[in-house]
Every structure is written in C-alpha cells, then in structure tokens.
Ligand binder design. Sequence first.
Ligand code: SF4
Length: 139
Amino acid sequence: MTYEEWFIQQGKLHANVMKKLEDKTTDEVIEYFKFENMVKNEPDFCPLYKDNKKCHDMEDLNCYLCACPNFRFKMEGFEKQDGKTLFSVCNIKSRDGSQYVGEDYIHQNCSGCIVPHRAKYIKKNFNRNWFEVMKDVRS
Ligand code: SF4
C-alpha cells in the first residue's frame, strides 16, 4: 500500500468511528480512542488489533492521531540523500524518530516515538476532522 492509499483509508476509518461519537465531548472522544477500547470496539481500525498488539510499547496508548500530524510524505520523494530518494520526514525532527534506509530509498521511522499517542498532545491538537489535523502531512 502506498502512503497516499494508506492516508485516504485511515482518514475514512477515522471518520467512520467519529460518526458514532458526534454527541460526545472532546474528553470522551479521546477516551474512546484508547487502545484497550479500540481493540474491543473498533477491530477494523488497525490491523494490529486482531493480535491485541500495540504499535508502541507504552501505557495509555491512544490511537486518535494515528498517524501523526508531524509526518510528511511525498509520493515522488522530496530530494536525494546520498543517492537515495527521501520519501518521508518528521517535520519537528523528533529526537525519537529515525530513518529506514534501503538501497535506494529512505523513509521516516516513527517506531521509537510516542509523540502523537499521548492524550495530552491529542487534546492540544484536537480536531474532529482527521483530514484537517493531518492537512500538512501530504507534501
Ligand atoms: S518521529 Fe514522532 S513526531 Fe515525528 S512524525 Fe514520527 S511520530 Fe510524529
């Protein structure tokens, strides 16, 4: 699946969940998106749910901002780095981010970063429209 395909699919999945939560407060919505609740009630939201597996080993993992508003991708690539095409980056250069470096490509690696999975961060950046929160992700 390409970044673009994933992006559209994730936005639609998020919107479907949000339809059920129209009458809920911000805090209630964020609460609903806790990993433990999502695994139980929204099994299609993430492929890891069927194995009850978290994308990040952390307590209080929240799935509301999956992926991350700081992620940037460009289907054709941003630039070349050491002869490899750079397809994605972290806009805030999180110290917990890294890179997947392949033979001719580089992708942002967020596996060590929990920035968008904390309820406090989600509340600060809250928007009911996932595509609006993620509006800068597609470069
Ligand atoms: S490294 Fe962290 S802050 Fe940066 S894009 Fe990835 S998850 Fe977001």
